[in-house]
Design a protein around this ligand. Structure first.
Ligand SMILES: Nc1nc2c(ncn2[C@@H]2O[C@H](COP(=O)(O)OP(=O)(O)OP(=O)(O)O)[C@@H](O)[C@H]2O)c(=O)[nH]1
Length: 145
């Protein structure tokens, strides 16, 4: 697995090229900074625009849970946004990392990437079987006519 930590200050072209590069994304906001939370939805929209196939694997993370006294974004707000984005949600602290939540967020993203790849592989195999069947049917129709 390769992990690219984006700077967060990229222009739109750099953002899009990172989005094309990745198979899955951990979108992180800071629970003590509402502005960072408000950047999540536009980022997700850009991902949906840029990424093919759509419904890219995502995990939403609210970081700095050790700074609960300075919290500006409620846990339930993060949960609600993750539900809208149909992805897993974690609150964690890169500093304290109690319970290994940071690693768990990455593991969940890996599992999701693998699940989607398996489903896409099956769909591709099914569509190539359909093409072979159609070609055989055409040949048989020609022979019998
Ligand atoms: N208390 C606390 N501080 C954190 C946590 N994670 C990061 N920080 C601090 O927040 C600041 C920014 O951390 P970065 O890792 O540079 O954040 P970033 O989003 O990668 O920033 P960019 O490099 O601008 O993209 C640093 O001072 C970190 O020490 C955390 O979980 N808890």
């Amino acid at each position: 697995m390769e992990i690219l930590d984006t700077a967060g200050q990229e222009d739109i072209q750099q953002k899009e090229s990172h989005m094309r590069w990745g198979d899955g994304f951990v979108i992180v906001y800071d629970i003590t900074d509402r502005g960072s939370f408000e950047e999540v939805a536009p980022l997700r929209s850009l991902l949906e625009e840029v990424k093919r196939p759509k419904n890219v694997p995502l995990v939403l993370v609210g970081n700095k849970s050790d700074l609960d006294h300075a919290r500006q974004v409620g846990t339930e707000e993060g949960e609600r946004l993750a539900a809208e984005m149909a992805c897993a949600f974690y609150e964690c602290s890169a500093c304290a990392n109690e319970g290994g939540t940071v690693a768990e967020a990455f593991h969940e993203l890996c599992r999701e990437v693998r699940r989607r790849k398996a489903v896409q592989g099956k769909a591709r195999r099914r569509s190539s079987t359909t093409h072979v069947k159609q070609a055989i049917n055409k040949m048989l129709t020609k022979i019998s006519s």
